[in-house]
Design a protein around this ligand. Structure first.
Ligand SMILES: C[S@@+](CC[C@H](N)C(=O)[O-])C[C@H]1O[C@@H](n2cnc3c(N)ncnc32)[C@H](O)[C@@H]1O
Length: 483
């Protein structure tokens, strides 16, 4: 079994000098899974969390965090490997930080995620009698993502073995940031979460970038040309690439376009933005075309969606069908409803329910996604869906125009941060018959449900695994107005 010792983990290296945190916890038996890809054990009545452990492992931990109710550590020695462990399939497992659970079988991950949903809703949401329905596993557990984003960096992370080998390594890297080290990037050679063509494209573009002699991004100085590359693919095998460059360089950009055209005919769309800000957000950047149009189409059931580089679209397409099916099942539309789809992205939920209701109104903050949503309605011949751009909180605080009429059902699908407390209050005041809350972070969902429970009662809870091998889990909850 290929279980690596994690002593070379970066947080440890930085915390070596912190006096009390040098403390070693010996012979800790790992008892259960915990949140965020960690597992936990107990010793002398104290609780210890650690990543890279599995229930059944016996380990020595070096503490990196100490609180009154728990401590956190990193493994410095495995005394026993759990029988639950399996060999991870990716050579970057553990260091990359993207997948935390490749070391256990997919069926084991599902059991744990289902339990975690119930436990979180109980602990944070205060739901005493939660009955969680059996989790819906992902139809694909590899190559399930349709979007990946990789960072260029002039500060490649070197493993302990690489440092000890004495070899000189090119410090330019393209891959993922090392967990806990925003300034170090793992030079990725393989990733199994997206169609494997993604590896071929990324690795070829990295070698082109290295040969270009233009600098990879320096996150300390905020300078450099090569910054971010996003790859999106659709079920027809077409690809959309978006690059963030630090500045304009006509020659290199047109050579890159030429390389893509000649070597990757499947890349039907490529575009870029010049980003001179300190953050990587593309929402306020201009999209400049490189090859084809700056969008790609995807089909979801009978619907066709246009997706631009700035738009959110569910990353696990096959599982999205199951997720939306649950939304429809929980909503039980009768046909005369006015539905609000809050946090509507490119309108995928709105358009999926439009044929079953009187009218649907989507609210979304990203202007380009709203434009895509309106176009998506038109492409699909849907005339009873309208989309408004803006912050849900502001629009609900100041209801005007088409928002004046009270909806009978509200569908929520916010980002990981969940709902602003003012949005919860607006929903409480609204006294809508039914709320369907879709969330990709159960802890914030549970927090919001606790507030909403002033007026609403939880009816059903359905975990859906959109992200195999990671600690993330999606959850659909239906709430009804209290009688
Ligand atoms: C998890 S996605 C859901 C998208 C869509 N429902 C779907 O299934 O594809 C969350 C969406 O909320 C949008 N968003 C984030 N904060 C927002 C806010 N304060 N007001 C409105 N939309 C917001 C994001 O741009 C993103 O499109």
């Amino acid at each position: 079994m290929n279980v690596k010792c994690t002593i070379a983990f970066p947080e440890i290296c930085r915390l070596e000098k912190v006096g009390d945190l040098k403390k070693i916890i010996k012979d800790l038996e790992i008892l259960d899974y915990a949140t965020e890809g960690k597992a936990m054990g107990k010793l002398d009545g104290k609780v210890y969390f650690s990543p890279n452990t599995v229930p059944g492992d016996i380990v020595d931990l070096r503490l990196v965090k100490k609180r009154s109710s728990f401590s956190e550590g990193r493994v410095i020695k495995y005394h026993r490997f759990s029988e639950k462990r399996i060999d991870p399939f990716c050579k970057h497992f553990e260091l990359c930080g993207g997948c935390q659970w490749q070391s256990v079988s997919y069926s084991e991950q599902l059991v744990f995620k289902e339990n975690q949903v119930g436990e979180t809703l109980r602990r944070i949401g205060g739901l005493e009698k939660v009955k969680v329905e059996p989790i819906v596993g992902s139809p694909l557990d590899k190559e399930y993502r349709n979007k990946m984003e990789f960072s260029f960096s002039n500060s490649r992370w070197l493993t302990q073995e690489e440092i000890e080998s004495g070899e000189r390594f090119d410090r330019n890297a393209l891959g993922f940031h090392i967990p806990g080290r925003y300034d170090k990037v793992l030079d990725l050679n393989e990733c199994h979460l997206q169609d494997l063509n993604s590896n071929r494209i990324r690795n070829r573009i990295r070698s082109f970038a290295r040969n270009s002699e233009l600098p990879f991004y320096d996150i300390h100085k905020h300078e450099g040309f090569w910054r971010i590359m996003m790859l999106r693919n659709n079920s027809q095998g077409e690809w959309l690439l978006h690059f963030q460059f630090g500045y304009q360089d006509e020659g290199t950009i047109s050579d890159l376009a030429e390389l893509i055209k000649t070597e990757f005919p499947e890349i039907t769309s490529a575009c870029y933005s010049i980003n001179q800000k300190k953050n990587d957000s593309i929402y306020d950047l201009e999209i400049k075309p490189l090859i084809g149009d700056p969008f790609i189409f995807e089909t979801l059931g009978t619907l066709k969606f246009k997706i631009g580089p700035k738009a959110f679209f569910q990353t696990n397409l096959e599982q999205t069908k199951n997720l939306y099916q649950k939304v429809l099942e929980y909503a039980q539309f009768k046909g005369d409803e006015l539905v609000w789809d809050l946090y509507s992205g490119v309108g995928s939920i709105s358009l999926s329910v439009a044929g079953l209701v009187r009218k649907v109104i989507g609210i979304e903050t990203v202007e380009m996604a709203v434009e895509n949503a309106r176009e998506n309605a038109e492409i699909n011949g849907i005339t009873n869906a309208e989309f408004i751009s803006g912050d849900v909180k502001d629009l609900l605080a100041n209801r005007e125009g088409i928002l004046e009429e009270n909806p009978s059902i509200v569908i929520l699908d916010p980002p990981r941060e969940g709902l602003h407390k003012d949005v919860c209050q607006a929903l409480i005041d609204l006294k809508v018959e039914k709320i369907i809350y879709v969330s990709c972070k159960v802890s914030t969902q549970a927090r919001d449900i606790k507030l909403l429970s002033e007026s609403y009662e939880v009816q059903r809870i359905q975990p859906v695994d959109m992200f195999p091998h990671t600690h993330h889990v999606e959850c659909v909850v239906s709430l009804e107005l209290k009688g």
